[in-house]
Structure formats: C-alpha cells, structure tokens
Write a protein of this length. Structure first.
Length: 95
C-alpha cells in the first residue's frame, strides 16, 4: 500500500511539473491535453483497481473488486459525458 501511495504521489508531482512547464514555454497542444487527461484516468483507474484487489486480498470478498470496477467505469463514463456536453455547448455557441 505504501509503495502504491508513493507512486500515485510521484505521478501527481510529475503531472503538475509537466503542465507547468508546457504553460511556461507556451507549448500547449491538443495532443498534450488529451494525453494528460488519458494519463490521469489511467492513474485513477490503477489506484481504484489496486484498492479493490488489495481489499480482496485482505478480506477475500469479491465485492471490493466489483465496486472498484464500477468506480472505474463511472470515472470514464463521467468524463465522456462531460466532454460530450462541453463539445456540444461549444458548437451551439457558434450559431
């Protein structure tokens, strides 16, 4: 658990530094934004799945794996819906 927490912390620091550098150097790109978002979702998913399997290993209850899987699906679903809404809102502003 401690190693997972350390890796998540280091990932957050790396993400913050990367974003700050791209803004300071004025090198923001759409591809970079997409990669940043995707990396964030993968990190979130890995943390949730790790918690689910860690709790399963401690308790032998499959419920934790199921709940972590539902949480991961919810994260991707939420971000998909949010992006869809923002893209449609932008297209309506162009009228």
């Amino acid at each position: 658990m401690k190693i997972g927490a350390l890796l998540a912390y280091l990932s957050a620091i790396g993400d913050a530094v990367d974003g700050k550098l791209s803004r300071l150097k004025c090198q923001k790109t759409v591809g970079g934004a997409i990669l940043d978002t995707l990396a964030g979702r993968i990190t979130d998913s890995a943390i949730l799945i790790g918690y689910g399997f860690g709790l399963f290993k401690l308790t032998e209850k499959v419920d934790y794996v199921l709940l972590s899987s539902i949480a991961v699906a919810s994260i991707f679903g939420w971000h998909y819906l949010r992006e869809t809404y923002h893209n449609r809102a932008k297209s309506y502003k162009n009228f």
